[in-house]
Design a protein around this ligand. Structure first.
Ligand code: ADP
Ligand code: TRP
Length: 320
């Protein structure tokens, strides 16, 4: 199966992103033909500082490679290195009803928040459709927030195929229902916008401090505690083996375990999990030429399929 995913370069990754999105995707690369790109054209809809866009694009490339994205299995590229996608977006624009885009939640949310919308924001889903259809993806793993954009993609593809003949494969969404929401330091969903995150590649000392600041209830040290309502336990479980987790749960219930002890155990597991990735990230950062070569190789492979699809689409509409 050909699986495709795009991720906007939007700053420091946190463990909600890791357990909720990155790790499930990495598991797919072993059994599928995987396309994974950094959506920097899409980022232009909100990022207007060129230096910031450049830096975040590079950072996220290092992040994914450090986390285990394997460029020998996955076609990994920067969206802007495959400019064919822009031409395809134009061809798709002409079969995309304005009403379809006006109904998109992400667009309506921006309007509701008082943004003066520009055309890029409005056309965002058409470019996303071009990303997907260009590579003839079978499956697109999406979170709830992107589900509607995938429906738009399908609508556009069906309309194009009906009008001009079968050019595009119709992609299916893959919704990871099983992935639990990772809680933040305050117990709400972990999110950049709540400032309650644990960053994957933050400074280890600062991360440890943040772990020690996780909000807990005020059950006294000697009293039995309920693991199922505790943030520290929920986070610990993400890193622990089932045995380690059962052991900690038993100690919660027995009483005599302080939250501080549980936090220290969590900090140790966190470090054990991410220290090798941090080392790999530093290694990659020290060899930018190698990273650039990986991205260029990915772009060359992505452009090959892209050119084939674009050629068929151009012929279908009469631009050959
Ligand atoms: P943020 O809320 O920090 O802005 P994003 O919306 O950029 O995060 O998240 C990117 C992806 O990471 C989402 O599509 C989602 O799958 C995953 N993700 C983010 N936060 C969490 C979380 N707390 N728990 C599980 N998955 C998450
Ligand atoms: N819109 C997606 C997001 O913000 C990023 C994206 C762009 C994407 N093109 C895509 C995701 C194609 C999947 C497939 O998360």
């Amino acid at each position: 199966m050909r699986v495709l995913t795009g991720i906007q370069p939007s700053g420091q990754l946190h463990i909600g992103n890791y357990f909720g999105a990155i790790r499930p995707m990495l598991e797919l690369q072993d059994r599928n033909e995987m396309y994974w790109f950094i959506a920097n054209y899409h980022a232009l809809t909100t990022v207007t500082d060129p230096e910031r866009l450049r830096r975040q694009t590079w950072d996220v490339a290092l992040d994914f490679l450090a986390c285990g994205l394997d460029p020998s299995k996955t076609v990994f590229y920067r969206q802007s290195d495959v400019p064919e996608v822009q031409e395809l977006a134009w061809l798709l624009s002409n079969v995309t009803p304005v009403g379809l885009l006006e109904r998109c939640h992400s667009y309506k949310d921006k309007l509701a928040k008082g943004f003066a919308p520009h055309h890029g924001l409005f056309a965002y889903p058409v470019l996303m459709a071009a990303d997907i259809l260009m590579q003839q993806a079978d499956v697109v793993p999406v979170g709830k927030d992107q589900k509607q954009h995938l429906e738009v993609t399908r609508d556009i593809a069906i309309k194009f195929n009906n009008l001009y003949g079968e050019v595009f494969r119709i992609p299916e969404p893959m919704i990871a229902e099983s992935v639990a929401v990772v809680p933040g330091l305050d117990g709400q969903k972990m999110s950049k916008s709540y400032g309650n995150t644990l960053e994957l590649f933050g400074d280890p000392k600062a991360t440890r401090k943040r772990i020690m600041s996780i909000v807990t209830d005020s059950t006294p040290l000697e009293a039995p505690k309920n693991p199922d309502t505790c943030n520290v336990f929920a986070l610990h479980k993400l890193f622990a083996t089932p045995e380690q987790s059962a052991d900690l749960a038993a100690r919660y219930r027995a009483g005599g375990l302080g939250y501080g002890t549980a936090k220290k155990e969590l900090a140790a597991l966190f470090e054990e999990h991410f220290a090798p990735m941090r080392a790999r990230r530093e290694e990659l950062a020290a060899h930018p030429d190698q990273v650039e070569a990986i991205l260029q190789d990915g772009a060359a492979r992505a452009r090959k399929t892209a050119r084939e699809t674009l050629k068929a689409a151009r012929r279908a509409v009469g631009l050959d």
